[in-house]
Write a protein that binds this ligand. Structure first.
Ligand SMILES: *[C@@H]1O[C@H](CO)[C@@H](O)[C@H](O)[C@H]1NC(C)=O
Length: 183
């Protein structure tokens, strides 16, 4: 037997060992078999796959017993996303090469300022169980992302992706919030 064949044969038991770990890993199992609550929420969004994938990137999702508990997940994700984007914009601004570009980026920076502060307030509302403004805060975040996208005029691919993410996450926030705040 060549060394290569031998090495390959030795890998087979390893495969049998790792394959079940991959298949039965909680996040994999969850995204292919989401809870009723996640189904209910994600079916009301415009991008089901994005919604399920985003929610299950957080370990709390599989144990969320009701919409209120689940709501923390997309709001947290949206907040983290918005603050990360804010930092990204600051970096782009530092390396900006033209006044026009800087101006567009400053607009985005203001937009994301609005988004993060709205999402922060949403968190406080969740904690104090005052729900009536939650959907509005999600709306502000979505609007800010759209505003920045319009302002940056597609100059930055990275920023476009981030704007899309925030829009998508805000939509999930909006759907979840409506489940328990409208009543
Ligand atoms: C932002 O959201 C997207 C989509 O859920 C996710 O893939 C990405 O990791 C998030 N980024 C941060 C910094 O949270």
């Amino acid at each position: 037997m060549s060394n290569f064949t031998y090495a390959f044969l030795r890998l087979i038991p390893a495969l049998f060992f790792f394959l079940p770990i991959v298949i039965f890993h909680p996040s994999y199992a969850a995204t292919t078999n989401p809870t009723q609550l996640v189904l209910l929420v994600c079916r009301r969004t415009s991008d089901y796959a994005f919604c399920v994938e985003s929610l299950y990137s957080d370990l709390h999702t599989s144990n969320a017993a009701d919409a209120y508990q689940l709501a923390y997940v997309p709001f947290r994700l949206a907040y983290l996303n918005a603050t990360a984007t804010q930092h990204h914009i600051a970096t782009l601004l530092k390396h900006s090469s033209s006044p026009g570009q800087s101006q567009r980026l400053r607009q985005c920076s203001r937009d994301y300022e609005k988004a993060t502060s709205a999402l922060e307030r949403a968190f406080n509302d969740l904690d104090s169980e005052t729900f009536f403004e939650l959907a509005d805060f999600a709306g502000v975040a979505a609007h800010s992302a759209a505003d920045c996208q319009a302002a940056s005029r597609g100059t930055y691919t990275s920023l476009a992706v981030m704007n899309e993410n925030l829009k998508g996450l805000s939509e999930i926030c909006n759907v979840v919030a409506k489940l328990f705040s409208a009543s």
